[in-house]
Design a protein around this ligand. Structure first.
Ligand code: FES
Ligand SMILES: [Fe+2]
Length: 412
């Protein structure tokens, strides 16, 4: 029997293998996601600790599309609160961040400390005993709503819900271990990319979890043997379904030969890079894993492609638009050669990246095809119908996992 919920959205009886297209296009679904997912019992990426090195540092960020400020208070502790003035609701922090003991709203100069506590109201006593706030007005009743904050492996997460389990329990041991594999020593920030995607945020998250497309859509990957499904690797899907890891090792010559004999759009034996230094890398983790893409439900990604390390924050900007924020990093103890390698490999990803440019477009291909498809759904049966870990990447298991967690949170 199809399942109905408060959204009156019919979920196909096939379950995780069918995604009804209206979830990508309906405004009421988008609003419900804000309430149930982003402001619900989930941990969301706020920033890297390295972005708040000093007491008094703060940054503007988002949880879903809700504007948030994350700050390192003067005592060194981390806190987060909504980036919305308690007076008339203006954005408090208009830039990417700042530094100071307090934050003042530009509109009427209400002032807050770095925990979101209201500390001052301009003209509270009026001018020459005229005007001003009522005598019983209390600053303490107008603090900004705060988030619970937890730092794990140098990544600062926030949640609006009191019900979210501790962050390590939320991630589970396998995902936590794979995050720690990358975040295993002090990092050094290298830079940012911001990119607007012409599609619903979930289409990008699905794309990240979809290891099936990588060697088919991204010709650069395949042509230059960076990532092929014949490489040793697999997919890890956590218990909830919502988090995943896709990993692979460099291909052996024998595996490459098998791939080359397959009939693929990507097969271009005659193509060689004139400057192969782009692909020169070090096995810096000592495990031969040259690619590890990890996602944390609902909308956060940790990426290791060769030596290109980054986190990606997926920020919904309405039903059909998404901002993708890339933060690139290396390690504090990187030598000069390693730093150059990371910067060069950063060309693989980002809005114009050799292997990620197409990801910025395919979501739009789906979004643009939504009209007329309200009664239809996608078919996600690669690798079976379950949402479990598999030792192959010829699977859509982690995409099904996303919908398993999504449905649980959304009550669908
Ligand atoms: S809106 Fe912020 S002080 Fe008025
Ligand atoms: Fe991709």
């Amino acid at each position: 029997m199809p399942v109905r919920n408060s959204l009156d959205l019919v979920w196909p009886s096939e379950g995780l293998t069918r995604i009804p297209y209206p979830v990508y296009g309906r405004a009421d679904v988008y609003d419900e996601e804000r309430a149930r997912l982003f402001m619900g019992a989930t941990w969301n990426f706020l920033c890297l600790e390295a972005e708040l090195p000093q007491p008094g540092d703060y940054r503007a960020t988002f949880v879903g599309d809700v504007p948030v400020i994350v700050a390192r208070d003067l005592d060194g502790s981390l806190g987060a609160f909504e980036n919305r003035c308690a007076h008339r609701g203006a954005l408090l922090c208009l830039k990417s961040g700042g530094h100071g003991a307090e934050i003042s709203c530009v509109y009427h100069n209400w002032t807050y400390d770095l925990k979101g506590k209201l500390t001052g109201v301009a003209f509270q006593r009026g001018i020459k005993r005229k005007g001003g706030m009522p005598a019983d007005f209390k600053l303490a009743e107008h603090n900004i709503r705060t988030l619970r904050v937890a730092s794990f492996a140098g990544i600062v997460f926030g949640t609006f819900s009191a019900d979210t389990p501790p962050v390590e329990a939320y991630l589970g041991p396998e995902i936590a271990r794979r995050i720690q594999r990358v975040m295993h020593k002090p990092i050094k920030l290298l830079g940012y990319n911001n990119q607007l995607l012409p599609n619903n945020w979930k289409l990008y998250v699905e794309n990240v979890k979809d290891s099936y497309h990588a060697s088919l859509l991204h010709l650069f990957f395949t042509t230059f043997r960076l990532n092929r499904l014949s490489q040793e690797g697999g997919i890890i899907v956590d218990e909830s379904g919502g988090h995943h890891v896709s990993y692979s090792k460099m291909a052996s010559d024998q595996q490459s030969a098998e791939y080359d004999s397959a009939t693929l759009r990507a097969k271009r034996e005659d193509y060689r890079l004139a400057d192969p230094s782009m692909l020169a890398g070090r096995d810096e983790f000592g495990d031969g894993v040259s690619l590890q893409i990890l996602s944390v439900f609902p909308a956060f990604i940790v990426q290791q492609i060769q030596n290109c390390l980054a986190v990606r924050q997926v920020v919904p900007r309405g039903v059909g638009e998404t901002e993708l924020v890339w933060t690139y990093f290396g390690y504090a103890d990187d030598d000069e050669e390693m730093l150059r390698m990371r910067l060069k490999q950063a060309n693989l990803v980002g809005p114009g990246g050799y292997v990620s440019m197409e990801d910025g477009a395919v979501g739009g291909f789906i979004q643009r095809a939504l009209p007329g498809g309200a009664a239809d759904c996608s078919v996600i049966e690669m690798g079976g119908r379950e949402a479990t870990s598999q030792d192959t990447r010829a699977t859509e298991s982690s995409v099904r996992g996303f919908w398993k967690a999504y449905r649980a949170h959304m009550g669908l």
